[in-house]
Design a protein around this ligand. Structure first.
Ligand code: ADP
Ligand code: NI
Length: 217
């Protein structure tokens, strides 16, 4: 099987698996991350097959929807890849990326790293900011029943992993707790450049939001 066929099978498998997924983490999130990862990979000396497979499989089973089980995603990816004609080295690399790349694991000692992982991480983070990021925040906040904005709730800037997982703050606070921090966490120069422009767009959006909130605009 050539690389294109494998990517095609993975594409169809993930699309089918995520057909019931919630808005912010649906197939189209994966599609955007996949396209962006491929774009970033164009300027990096990476194994493109690893990048594309990891991007396609990175949200195959979100722990948030599996009782917090963080092994189910990597395990599902492993099972899928083992059924294809993929070398053990590639399977291992892709599974490691999926295991270690989540934002929620950032405070843990990174026991795995690779340029391929950084490319997929950048692409995933880019999908949390800019116009798409804004749509996802309010979609996720609505799904959780969180307020859009409450001036009495202050952003929590140093949350533990378990506080972050409760995700019970306002959607506007989520910009300050996570989204506006992402541009400084990019690994690649392409990622940094795109992040900056998406960051500026969010800042513009927030300025307008607060003016409208006080009836000034
Ligand atoms: P990732 O997909 O990188 O693992 P998360 O699962 O933490 O990220 O978040 C998925 C999407 O939901 C992101 O776009 C993120 O901004 C949004 N989100 C996460 N937590 C909250 C929250 N507490 N309030 C609003 N949006 C959130
Ligand atoms: Ni993702």
């Amino acid at each position: 099987m050539n690389s294109g066929e494998l990517i095609d099978i993975a594409h169809r498998y993930v699309k089918e698996s995520l057909s019931e997924a919630e808005g912010g983490h649906d197939w189209w999130h994966v599609y955007r991350v996949w396209k962006m990862a491929a774009r970033i990979a164009d300027s990096e000396p990476v194994d493109r097959k690893v990048v594309e497979l990891a991007a396609l499989l990175h949200d195959i089973a979100d722990p948030k929807f599996h009782d917090g089980d963080e092994s189910i995603g990597p395990n599902t990816a492993y099972s899928f890849l083992s059924e294809q004609a993929v070398s053990p080295e590639i399977i291992d690399h892709v599974v490691q990326i999926i295991r270690y790349m989540s934002f929620k694991n950032r405070s843990e000692v990174p026991s795995f790293n690779s340029l391929e992982m950084q490319v997929v991480q950048d692409a995933d983070k880019l999908d949390a900011i800019g116009a798409i990021g804004i749509a996802r925040v309010f979609s996720f906040g609505g799904f959780k029943g969180n307020p859009i904005h409450d001036p009495n709730m202050k952003p929590r800037l140093s949350m533990t992993k378990s506080e972050y997982k409760k995700s019970n703050g306002s959607s506007i606070n989520h910009f300050y707790e996570k989204l506006l921090l992402l541009k400084d966490m990019m690994h690649t120069s392409t990622g940094r450049e795109i992040a900056q422009s998406r960051h500026d767009f969010m800042q513009l959006y927030l300025d307008q939001f607060f003016r409208e909130f006080e009836g000034e605009q």
